[in-house]
Design a protein around this ligand. Structure first.
Ligand SMILES: Cc1ncc(COP(=O)(O)O)c(C=O)c1O
Length: 385
């Protein structure tokens, strides 16, 4: 009855079962995995957000395949604050970064073609790849005081069927930003083998160093698809607004854009009130980002203070993003450990294997967790070792 590509194993894992039982029993839960910014105690400019949604122009429908020019100009304005000039015709609006991935997979890959994906990283792409008949092949990120791409392994992973290389900049959960030399090496691999770069920059603005890390939006050496959206940049995941930006050599960029335009025209998925509000939502991002960065710095400082008082656990270096990776003693598989932490301490953390860490001994903690839950959750976590 159903297509083979949907033959997923949808059984819940031990951890999600334990979490459901914990919640059903109404037990205290210190959730150190939170990623929904609307539930983390940040103050939003509610009046301005609601006002932006009440534009009378929402009452008429003027579909544009790439999305309204005013919205795309708002996105250009966002990149201009990164020192990058983007022509609005290179931008296509989507309802989510996932949809931007979808469009990109659709124009790059025939069934069975391959896309390289960093490991570890957020498990967003496996279903997306299945839905589009794309085969994901991982390439490792290595940790040695900081994260970096293993270029030797990446090159080994390239085959004649490789169509794209995904970079998550900064990566979720490692917080690794691509450095200028890594971008250059990626360009060498991609332009010599006619492979596109697919850059997921939803966390781009959340960096701990004062110097702004480079964005792939400025990359013109190889065909590059850069995606981001309001869900992280402005802390508004409920608005379902994102974008896909195409850059690269003209002879590749132009046909890529016309093909993408056909896909976008087929769906016309972004609704009018949201498109009209995008420029205002982007203006409002600063207030949100300031609060979020203050929370991240505060939680990291408190985490470091608690880590300094013991010797069993440590954390990996973090350059940006919303998460940190804890290194913990390997006493059992990470998922069992996460279940035990839930059952005995009432704390919920993600095991490293959720993000395809190659070994046990890693737990992922959200740095946007509200302060009290964070401090108490970390205290309970460290008390176990
Ligand atoms: C790295 C990364 N990319 C994309 C997304 C999804 O973004 P969107 O809400 O725009 O689909 C997430 C969500 O957490 C993410 O972590």
């Amino acid at each position: 009855m159903f297509a083979e590509r949907t033959n997923w194993n949808l059984k819940s894992n031990h951890l999600s079962e334990a979490l459901a039982q914990h919640r059903a029993a109404n037990k205290l839960l210190l959730d150190l995995t939170v990623s929904n910014p609307t539930e983390c105690g940040f103050l939003y400019d509610r009046g301005s957000i609601l006002q932006a949604l009440a534009n009378p122009a929402s009452l008429s429908y003027n579909p544009e395949p790439k999305g309204m020019l005013s919205a795309r100009e708002g996105i250009d304005e966002y990149y201009s604050t990164h020192g990058i000039a983007i022509p609005p015709e290179n931008v296509i609006l989507t309802t989510s970064t996932s949809e931007a991935y979808s469009f990109t997979f659709r124009i790059l890959c025939s069934p069975g073609d391959q896309v390289l994906i960093p490991e570890p990283s957020y498990p967003l792409c496996s279903f997306l790849a299945d839905i589009h008949d794309v085969k994901l092949v991982s390439y490792p990120l290595l940790y040695d005081h900081a994260w970096q791409i293993d270029f030797h392994a990446l090159q080994q992973a390239v085959t004649p069927r490789t169509r794209g290389i995904i970079v998550v900049n900064p990566n979720n959960p490692t917080g690794h930003f691509c450095k200028a030399d890594e971008i250059q090496k990626l360009n060498e691999v991609c332009s010599s083998s006619r492979i596109a770069i697919i850059a997921d920059e939803v966390f781009l603005d959340f960096h701990l160093e004062t110097k702004r890390p480079p964005s792939f939006a400025a990359n013109n050496t190889s065909l590059t698809f850069t995606m981001s959206g309001l869900s992280k940049i402005a802390g508004l995941p409920q608005m379902k607004a994102a974008w896909l930006l195409t850059s690269g050599p003209e002879e590749l960029k132009a046909p890529a854009l016309s093909r993408l335009e056909v896909i976008a025209d087929t769906f016309l998925s972004t609704n009018t009130p949201i498109q009209l509000a995008i420029p205002r939502f982007l203006e409002l991002r600063h207030g949100f980002q300031n609060q979020l960065m203050a929370r991240i710095r505060r939680n990291l400082a408190k985490l470091d203070a608690q880590l300094a008082a013991q010797s069993s656990c440590s954390r990996l270096e973090v350059e940006g993003g919303w998460y940190t990776v804890l290194r913990v003693p390997v006493t059992r598989p990470d998922e069992d450990l996460a279940v035990e932490l839930l059952n005995t301490q009432g704390i919920y953390v993600h095991p490293g294997h959720f993000y395809d860490f190659p070994a046990d001994g890693y737990l992922i903690v959200s740095l946007i967790t509200p302060a009290e839950s964070f401090d108490e959750g970390i205290r309970r976590l460290l008390s176990v070792f």
